[in-house]
Design a protein. Structure first.
Length: 372
């Protein structure tokens, strides 16, 4: 489509949590969005987000919202385990979609959603927001253009404040469906697999530890593992979301190293370049805690609130998606197929750690989804 003839957008936001609010405020400023509807079962969140984005329609029933004739695109921003039903309802109407990761928490459900999206020919992207940060785009360009030669080894180390884990375990009835790899490690995994998109993983070996979050909420502290690719290259990943509440990173501290036959890239994404120390309690992150007085600014993945607006990758990601919808512009968003692949890999990490043995990839190749 010509950028000179953009389409209007009638936007449905299903889920009035933090992310629904962030994306809704960005959409409310976009010139081609002329209708916004919001759905959430929590009346207080529905009112708050509806008021902030100037919603034209509000409802506790997402089906009622998605059936509105004004709606041409939808953001699915419910809790992770509640994505499937609204996604399928939106696909049935042929709506353009932005889905918060993952497609589903169950691998079989994810495969079903992916199949339905493919058959319907719907343009569906998934919220791997880190792809819209300049440092990862710069790294992607160097890898893509061969500055490192053939990539042979990648390492990633993600350290996270346990507030994120405690918030996730609190919101689920089944702790077994929640893990650091599936919920949070998937972001570092996506960045690395995006860098190595021409390579095919064939085996994974992993281990986990649960000495802090196990007693507290039957959870997993950390997972470490290695993916082997068909050409012999390796990816070693470490994710711990059990760091103390007083850890200065509100959410993420990430380090990545990419080694090729003729070059190397190291990316420090630990956010130790801007450090705040104060007597006042800090409200950053997904689950703020009043005991925190030191903060690595910038560690909150969506970005930062400044001068009354969200600044950073989630704003960029949302604006580019809206441009994709109204003008047909290409973007670097993760596809539904990539999101399913990332879920499969995180499940493989967890399965290998549980069974304490190497696991061949891909999982579910024979459609044996039990326990996944």
């Amino acid at each position: 489509m010509s950028a000179k003839h953009p389409k209007r957008i009638g936007l449905a936001i299903v889920g009035a949590g933090r992310v629904g609010l962030f994306r809704g405020e960005v959409a409310a400023r976009h010139p081609m969005v002329d209708f916004i509807g919001v759905a959430d079962v929590k009346a207080d969140r529905l009112k708050l987000v509806g008021d902030k984005v100037g919603a034209d329609f509000r409802t506790a029933d997402y089906r009622e919202l998605l059936a509105r004739p004004e709606v041409t695109a939808a953001i699915i921003a419910t809790d992770e385990h509640l994505h499937v039903a609204p996604v399928l309802a939106a696909v049935e109407r042929g709506l353009a979609l932005m889905i918060e990761k993952p497609l589903a928490t169950d691998l079989g459900e994810s495969a079903r959603v992916l199949e339905v999206i493919g058959k319907a020919g719907v343009d569906a992207v998934v919220g791997y927001t880190q792809r819209f940060r300049r440092r990862w785009l710069a790294a992607k360009e160097k890898v893509r253009t061969g500055a490192l030669g053939d990539v042979t080894l990648v390492t990633s180390r993600a350290f996270m404040n346990r507030l994120v884990a405690l918030d996730n375990y609190k919101r689920t009835d089944d702790a077994a469906t929640i893990s650091p790899m599936v919920i949070s490690g998937t972001h570092a995994l996506d960045i690395v697999m995006w860098m190595m998109e021409a390579k095919h993983p064939v085996e994974i070996y992993a281990r986990s530890v649960d000495k802090a979050l196990g007693p507290a909420c039957k959870g997993i502290d950390a997972t470490v593992g290695t993916i082997a690719f068909d050409d012999g290259s390796l990816y070693h990943a470490c994710i711990s979301w059990a760091l103390p509440v007083v850890w200065p990173g509100a959410v993420y501290s990430l380090e990545v190293g990419i080694v090729g036959v003729s070059g190397v890239l190291t990316i420090d994404d630990t956010h130790r370049d801007i450090v705040l120390a104060t007597d006042a309690a800090q409200g950053e992150g997904y689950a703020p805690d009043t005991s925190r007085r030191v903060d690595f600014l910038g560690s909150y993945p969506p970005g930062d609130m400044a001068l009354g607006e969200l600044r950073g990758p989630m704003r960029e990601e949302t604006e580019q998606w809206l441009n994709r919808v109204c003008m047909g512009l290409p973007t670097q968003h993760a596809t539904a197929a990539e999101a399913h692949d990332r879920l499969m890999l995180t499940k493989a990490f967890d399965r290998s750690a549980k069974l304490k043995r190497a696991i061949p990839l891909p999982l579910g190749a024979g459609h044996d989804w039990e326990g996944l």
